[in-house]
Ligand binder design. Structure first.
Ligand code: MG
Ligand code: MG
Length: 255
């Protein structure tokens, strides 16, 4: 069952979301060759806690850190470690914050130094596909209109959609109904209603869509070893259109 949020609840979610947005903005600035994913995690945790929030991921089903840090062929759910980023890498940073009982969830892909034109294109297409999906977050559209917006944009450009993981409703829990796949038939699925808040998160592969979960029980990696990109924001359906609740303090959508 999809839990609709009142205006007041959406404002609470925005306050949680801003902390996520500002944390991602800070991390984006720190990404450079030589920094470890564990250092990024430490900055994220202190950024979230100093804003009075709790890092939602920490302890979630036993996850040990405040961010997921997934490099290159790692798709999502990478565990921060001593691994140092290198020139030409891409890192997907996924971050959650809980404030006053409400959760924000967002992710960005960041280039480390100079990346190849092919990888640049993968990242650009993934980012743009999220913006296409956000445009569909309007009452009266159907859920798979959102899904199809991602799929169509990505597949037209020769990339593939990860099928084993998807976006989700979000509110007092990080994962609520409905599931939001990044593929689907337009014009189908439940009607979007004001008060729905969805975390939309395209996961896009350079090669095939198949993924494996590593023996750490968390890290998801492409089966063919090619790169993957991921962006995510938490978005409300409102009477004034889509509202990105995980934007920065100044309203900038961190991408
Ligand atoms: Mg996330
Ligand atoms: Mg999510």
């Amino acid at each position: 069952m999809v839990i609709r949020k009142s205006r007041a609840e959406i404002e609470k979610m925005r306050r949680a979301g801003v902390i996520v947005g500002e944390t991602l903005r800070r991390l984006r600035q720190l990404v450079e060759p030589g920094i470890s994913t564990r250092e990024l995690d430490a900055v994220a945790e202190s950024s979230i806690r100093s804003a009075g929030a709790y890092p939602t991921f920490k302890g979630y089903r036993g996850f040990p850190a405040s961010i997921c840090a997934s490099v290159n062929d790692e798709v999502v759910h990478g565990i921060p470690s001593a691994r140092q980023l290198k020139n030409g890498d891409i890192i997907k940073i996924d971050c959650g914050a809980t404030l006053d009982g409400y959760v924000g969830d967002a992710a960005i892909t960041v280039a480390v130094g100079e990346i190849s034109p092919e990888v640049r294109r993968l990242v650009d297409v993934t980012r743009e596909s999220l913006l296409k999906a956000i445009e569909k977050m309007v009452a009266g559209n159907r859920l798979y209109d959102v899904s199809y917006a991602v799929q169509h944009y990505v597949e037209e450009r020769g990339f593939s959609i990860v099928r084993d993981f998807c976006g989700h409703g979000i509110g007092q829990r990080m994962h609520e109904d409905p599931q939001v796949p990044n593929y689907g038939r337009p014009g189908t699925g439940p009607l979007l209603k004001e008060g729905w808040v969805l975390a939309i998160e395209p996961m896009v592969n350079q090669g095939g869509h198949e993924v494996n979960i590593l023996s750490d029980g968390w890290t998801v990696r492409t089966r063919d070893g090619k790169f993957s990109s991921h962006f995510e924001h938490s978005i409300a359906v409102t009477d004034s259109g889509p509202q990105v609740l995980t934007a920065g303090e100044d309203g900038e959508i961190i991408l």
